[in-house]
Design a binder for this molecule. Structure first.
Ligand SMILES: Cc1cc2nc3c(=O)[nH]c(=O)nc-3n(C[C@H](O)[C@H](O)[C@H](O)COP(=O)(O)OP(=O)(O)OC[C@H]3O[C@@H](n4cnc5c(N)ncnc54)[C@H](O)[C@@H]3O)c2cc1C
Length: 598
């Protein structure tokens, strides 16, 4: 049976010593969550994830969700009780606005909790995760009346949410949406159409489900310009705002799929269902993007979460499994063989994963703190700067953490040899579950295009320049410190490669856009490496300072971080050069072949 231990100490170290959590104490909600409170909350989340959610992970995978004849959907054994406990404990509204019943605590704390729940049980974590996205969209774009009806129910977890974009003919290209909205009584709309692949579209966890649906109002222009966003509740709220009459929306079927079996992926049929317009008509994409951005960060966390749990199991196995002898001489000669942890190639796999996980967690928390500042800072300049960084980093976080998270799950499976391929150890489930995160919330190729085509040029490159300046200033400030040299030198080289790649796009992509498309995935990964290298440099600086101060008996903790960081800088950072070489080779060879030659 797989194990999971939530990395509470790692999160606390990153928040406290690396990311300067206490500097944010002027933001709303932070004074209610000093570090000892954060520690207590993380411990509680860890306990719930380890004791309740993790044991249900396998159950969810083997049982899956079941659609009943009446269209209702039954979730796997134990999910309903776990959800009841989870929502009653207030986890969904952890960072939501207190005026809607939330606890108003930092979003960074909620992101850390999401990592724990997702490592323990990704399929389960998606149900509340989607509700958090719906809360964000309604908070930002819903009317006062919609906020009053829906937010308290979503925040308390009494109702859950979904996002409905995809249709059979419409995936990435939302301009192809056909679902129709016809104006009806009292400002409502009749929604008709079919949505596919809707996560948590139907289930038995909450008393109501709030679908956020993209549709085209009759007569609206073709393409993305004509799309509006609607709330379509499964049960229509009555005069008191409680779940009332059944709406004309139903689950037609649920998909059989590769992983996340515990989460129902539904075909949703809208047969003249009553919908309520969110925000302005034909501005639906903007509103849905609030939900998607929230969800993209959540999906990035899924990549890290699965990489972490897969690593933990592989590390345990590598210490126990005995095969062969160390090439530098037997390490345990009195045993029949050495544990496989002695073999450099097994260490290569484990250290690559662990070195990624630690920096990815720092990156995720850093972006989440930017999110807190973007939403809660009273100083306009700081708020805008934080929002810039969050926008810039969202596709990087989503794309890089999920691509690498999946390949790490495969590497962790490799540590098990043939036993990783056998269901009993749980490794093949991690691989299957991790795969979807690269696809949904915008396939990773689309994240890369968003980064290169939209986020880089936005506001004349203001966000990317701010990032370059921040990393450049850190390099300058620390390059004379001999203890940091192993970190700063590769970071400086990586930043240089990233700046060269950015310049190359500026010079070569305007006249020939295929050059941007051809290099975008490499650029996203190059960007991610620099961001992770920057995180490692900051971690190393903090760890060195801790060791200098005596480390309170925790020297091993900080030394492990210094070693992992060195490994990352020596072994992973050099990939920035290969990305730059690929980007600057342009699109010619890629576009030379005629489509029929493929
Ligand atoms: C398990 C699961 C759960 C899901 N949950 C939800 C949900 O809750 N709500 C929802 O609305 N949807 C959901 N989806 C749908 C998911 O978001 C889409 O599958 C995804 O957006 C891609 O759309 P598509 O499958 O139609 O692929 P396509 O859009 O057909 O893309 C196919 C390939 O072409 C590439 N591509 C497409 N256009 C371009 C372009 N312009 N430039 C470069 N490359 C391009 C893509 O990157 C991809 O690799 C879910 C899907 C699955 C499998």
């Amino acid at each position: 049976m797989p194990i999971y231990k939530a990395p509470v100490e790692s999160v606390l170290f990153l928040l406290r010593d690396v990311l300067g959590y206490e500097r944010y104490s002027n933001l709303a909600g932070f004074s209610d969550a000093p570090l000892d409170t954060v520690a207590a909350i993380l411990e509680e989340a860890a306990k719930f994830s380890e004791d309740v959610l993790q044991p249900l992970n396998r159950v969810g995978d083997t049982e899956g969700c079941r659609r009943n004849e009446d269209g209702s959907v039954t979730t796997p054994t134990g999910f309903k009780q776990a959800y009841k406990t989870f929502s009653e404990a207030g986890w969904i509204g952890l960072s939501a606005d207190p005026k809607h019943g939330g606890q108003g605590l930092p979003y960074a704390l909620a992101a850390a909790v999401n990592e724990f729940t997702t490592s323990a049980n990704m399929a389960f974590g998606m149900y509340p995760g989607l509700a958090q996205g719906a809360i964000a969209a309604i908070e930002q774009h819903g009317s006062a009346e919609q906020q009053a009806i829906y937010l308290p129910k979503l925040v308390s977890g009494a109702w859950l949410g979904t996002m409905n974009l995809t249709e059979p003919q419409c995936g990435t290209d939302l301009g192809l949406i056909k679902t129709k909205a016809v104006p009806a009584d009292e400002g409502t709309y009749r929604i008709t159409g079919q949505k596919i692949f809707i996560s948590a579209g139907e289930h038995d966890l909450s008393e109501n489900i709030v679908h956020l649906v993209l549709a085209r109002i009759e007569g609206a222009p073709e393409g993305t310009k004509g799309i509006s966003l609607f709330i379509v509740p499964k049960l229509l709220p009555d005069a008191e705002g409680n779940a009332g009459a059944r709406n004309a929306v139903s689950c037609g079927s649920i998909e059989k799929k590769m992983g996340i079996h515990g989460n129902a992926t539904c075909v949703m049929n809208y047969d003249g269902a009553t919908g309520f317009l969110v925000g302005e008509r034909e501005k639906g994409l903007r509103a849905m993007f609030t939900m998607m951005n929230e969800a993209r960060l959540g999906v990035g966390v899924q990549g890290l979460a699965l990489s972490e749990v897969a690593y933990q199991n592989a590390a345990l196995y590598a210490r126990e499994r005995r095969q062969g002898r160390s090439i530098s001489g037997a390490k345990e000669p009195d045993q029949t063989a050495d544990p496989i942890i002695v073999h450099p190639d097994v260490r290569r796999m484990l250290m690559s994963i662990r070195a990624f996980n630690e920096a990815a967690r720092a990156f995720m928390l850093w972006v989440a703190l930017k999110g807190d500042a973007a939403h809660r800072c009273e100083d306009d300049k700081e708020r805008v700067a934080a929002d810039d960084q969050m926008g810039l980093m969202t596709p990087v976080l989503k794309g890089v953490l999920t691509d690498t998270g999946f390949s790490n799950a495969v590497q962790a499976q490799q540590v098990f040899g043939g036993h990783g391929y056998i269901a009993e150890h749980g490794m093949e489930q991690f691989v299957r579950d991790a795969r979807i995160a690269m696809i949904y919330e915008g396939a990773n190729g689309i994240q890369a295009l968003d980064l290169v085509g939209r986020k880089l040029p936005k506001d004349g490159g203001r966000a990317v320049m701010a990032f370059f300046n921040e990393v450049g200033a850190f390099v300058k400030e620390n390059e004379a410190d001999a203890a940091l040299e192993p970190y700063i030198t590769p970071l400086k080289a990586g930043l240089d490669h990233l700046q060269q790649a950015t310049m190359w796009f500026m010079q070569n992509a305007m006249a020939k856009p295929d050059n941007a498309g051809a290099g975008s995935t490499d650029y996203m990964h190059l960007f991610g490496l620099v961001a992770l290298g920057y995180m490692w440099s900051r971690i190393a600086k903090a760890a060195n300072e801790k060791l200098k101060d005596g480390a309170n008996g925790d020297a091993a903790f900080y030394e492990t971080r210094l070693t992992l960081g060195r490994y990352f800088m020596e072994r992973t950072m050099p990939e920035t050069a290969a990305h730059l070489a690929r980007i600057s080779s342009g699109a010619d060879a890629m576009m030379a072949m005629k489509a029929e030659a493929f």
